[in-house]
Design a protein around this ligand. Structure first.
Ligand code: MN
Ligand code: MN
Length: 288
């Protein structure tokens, strides 16, 4: 339990730090590297590359090693931070920038949902409360993104926590650790579509590789990241030809690649997220 508590606390601190330094004009690359650097300074590791998704990009945008994108005055920015301590994960997100109402919609939805995080509550009930809180602000909830169960070294494990009433009668259980993450949009579709590759990868399966350099990279990935997502940007620091070698591993089915996810009608998107321990009185692990 101690590692879960530490991971949540460090994730919350690093999200606060990111929100403090994310002033318009900063590049997403500088912001990501500073947040990931702070995670390591605090003695933990990123559980996934910091996601910094602008405007209609809902999730899975992390800057590439040569990214020049700037957080501008007119932008809405989602900062999503994951931290792990010995595989125990804290996952938390907040939205900054333009459109205070849209930002408040996902925050209100998260707070309403957290009140329900006690044993015996049906997952559909959480989804219903989230969708209603967002529609109270005259926005819509993104239905094909959801929260998730978390277990050691497994960011998306077991249950999905819906962002609408999806009819799921399964119930929360005492001791479960879950992430709740409502997404609100002013777009018309309320769905995300898959865009370009994000530069975020994860190890899908280990199998023999002929190329010695690719084999060396595979063993580094397995040791360093285990089954957690990582960024191409990280490997480019340590491996010459990193992009080429990652393509080799991807073609072999060893790596999985994540696409960027954007709201399909190009509406703006806000997100709020906490990691929660299910108890009679829910514990918000990522709250500082
Ligand atoms: Mn997250
Ligand atoms: Mn999450």
């Amino acid at each position: 339990m101690e590692d879960w508590i530490n991971a949540g606390k460090i994730a919350g601190e690093c999200l606060n730090y990111g929100c403090d330094i994310a002033k318009p004009g900063i590049t997403l690359l500088e912001l990501a590297e500073k947040i990931e650097g702070r995670i390591k300074e605090l003695g933990a590791k990123p559980a996934f590359p910091v996601n910094l998704s602008l405007n209609s990009m809902a999730a899975h945008y992390t800057p590439s090693a040569d990214d020049k994108t700037v957080f501008g005055d007119e932008d809405i920015l989602k900062i999503d931070v994951g931290v792990h301590v010995n595989g125990h994960i804290g996952d938390t997100a907040r939205t900054l920038g333009k459109d205070a109402n849209l930002i408040k919609a996902s925050e209100d939805a998260l707070n309403a949902a957290i009140q329900l995080c006690v044993p015996g509550v049906k997952l559909r009930e959480i989804g219903k409360v989230i969708a209603n809180a967002i529609s109270d602000h005259n926005f819509i909830s993104i239905r094909n993104l959801s929260g998730h169960g978390i277990t050691t070294f497994n960011l998306h494990s077991g249950i999905s926590i819906p962002n609408y009433d999806n009819g799921d009668e399964d119930q929360l259980k005492e001791g479960q650790i879950i992430a709740i993450e409502p997404f609100a949009t002013n777009g018309s579709s309320g769905r995300v579509a898959e865009g370009k590759p994000s530069g975020i990868y994860k190890l899908a399966r280990v199998k023999p590789v002929r190329d010695p350099a690719a084999r060396k990279m595979l063993s580094f990935i397995a040791n360093e990241y285990s089954s957690l997502p990582f960024a191409s940007r990280w490997l480019e620091k340590d491996f010459p030809k990193a992009k080429f070698l990652m393509q080799v591993l991807f073609r072999e089915g060893i790596l999985r690649s994540y696409p960027q996810l954007y709201e399909s009608s190009k509406g703006n998107v806000s997100q709020a997220e906490h990691t929660i321990l299910i108890k009679e009185k829910p514990v918000i692990l990522t709250k500082i």
